[in-house]
Design a protein around this ligand. Structure first.
Ligand code: NAD
Length: 277
């Protein structure tokens, strides 16, 4: 730890006021981003939002075809990886995948719905690995280069279930609560090095993951799938519709921008008011 002086604080203010033009249509020009789970759903929308604002984006996903097609669409590149296989996430593999990355979006995730007594321990372990340990390993690997550049943006795709629990989602809720905590610790450690870390916490977003959840919820609650949105998922929302993936993409792109330089350690819900109740 070093002692902070007023001169250091002035120098930091000068650095910020010399930041790129905030009115630019390409506020992320020159940035390199990596989005895990970037081939589908929210991740794909984040990839498109970052690329549209000028960033080069690495689509990191287990889905080769989806990642390749999206990378071609946005002029980005790919990292084909199984983020549940942490043995493959060696220092060398991470260093190669993350080279030059100054915006890291931890987004890959899956969902399993089951009461705790029926929840398979292997499923619990795999969800925690993909959605908490892998983000930790990527953050751990990318921070040194962000510190060296005195710039970095870590954006973790959490969920309203990182803030409030729901029954039958033990692993998911545990992983997202953990991710919220990890994100805050990253913010506290990174603040002196130009690195911000934040969560976005969406409610139900129109993606393949939610379409599967609607079917699973119907089974576990014994109701028709056509009634799941109105009787379970959206009952507590102020705005009665699903979030669109592009809406989450815009929020992530803003958090990645220079406009959000003073936003860190935060978690932004985007849930139509669900968590306000
Ligand atoms: P999705 O199923 O559409 O996309 C998930 C992506 O992750 C896919 O491209 C998939 O191939 C990839 N992936 C899955 N396992 C992987 C692995 N082992 N290694 C690498 N990639 C893997 O899901 P989504 O709805 O877009 O969800 C994305 C994130 O948003 C998740 O973390 C999820 O928890 C979170 N989230 C989703 C919602 C929602 O309503 N859809 C709400 C809140 C939070």
């Amino acid at each position: 730890m070093t002692d902070l002086t007023d001169a250091d604080i002035d120098a930091d203010a000068d650095r910020v006021s010399a930041a790129p033009d905030r009115t630019s249509a390409q506020p992320l020009a020159g940035r390199r981003a990596l989005v895990t789970g970037g081939a589908s759903g929210i991740g794909a929308a984040v990839v498109r939002a970052l690329a549209a604002r000028g960033a080069h984006v690495v689509v990191a996903d287990i889905d080769t075809a989806g990642a390749t097609a999206l990378a071609e669409e946005v002029g980005g590149s790919i990292w084909i990886v199984n983020l549940m296989d942490t043995a493959a996430l060696t220092d060398a593999a991470l260093a190669s995948a993350l080279a030059g990355v100054d915006i890291l979006v931890n987004n890959a995730g899956i969902q399993r719905i089951n009461p705790i007594q029926d929840f398979k321990p292997a499923d619990f372990h795999n969800i925690l690995t993909l959605m908490l340990e892998a983000p930790f390993l990527l953050i751990r690997a990318v921070l040194p280069q962000m510190y060296a550049a005195n710039f970095g943006r870590i954006i973790n795709v959490s969920s309203v279930h990182g803030i409030r629990a729901s029954p039958y989602k033990s692993a998911y809720v545990a992983a997202k609560h953990g991710l919220e905590g990890l994100s805050k610790v990253t913010a506290l450690e990174g603040g002196a090095h130009g690195v911000t870390s934040n969560c976005v916490a969406p409610g139900y977003v129109r993606t393949p993951l939610v379409e599967k959840q609607i079917t699973d919820q119907a089974l576990v609650h014994g109701i028709p799938a056509s009634e799941v949105l109105s009787t379970i998922m959206l009952t507590e929302s102020a705005i009665k519709r699903l979030v669109e993936p592009a809406e989450v993409g815009s929020l992530v792109a803003w958090l990645a921008s220079d406009d959000a330089a003073m936003v860190t350690g935060a978690s932004y819900t985007m849930d139509g008011g669900w968590s306000a109740r």
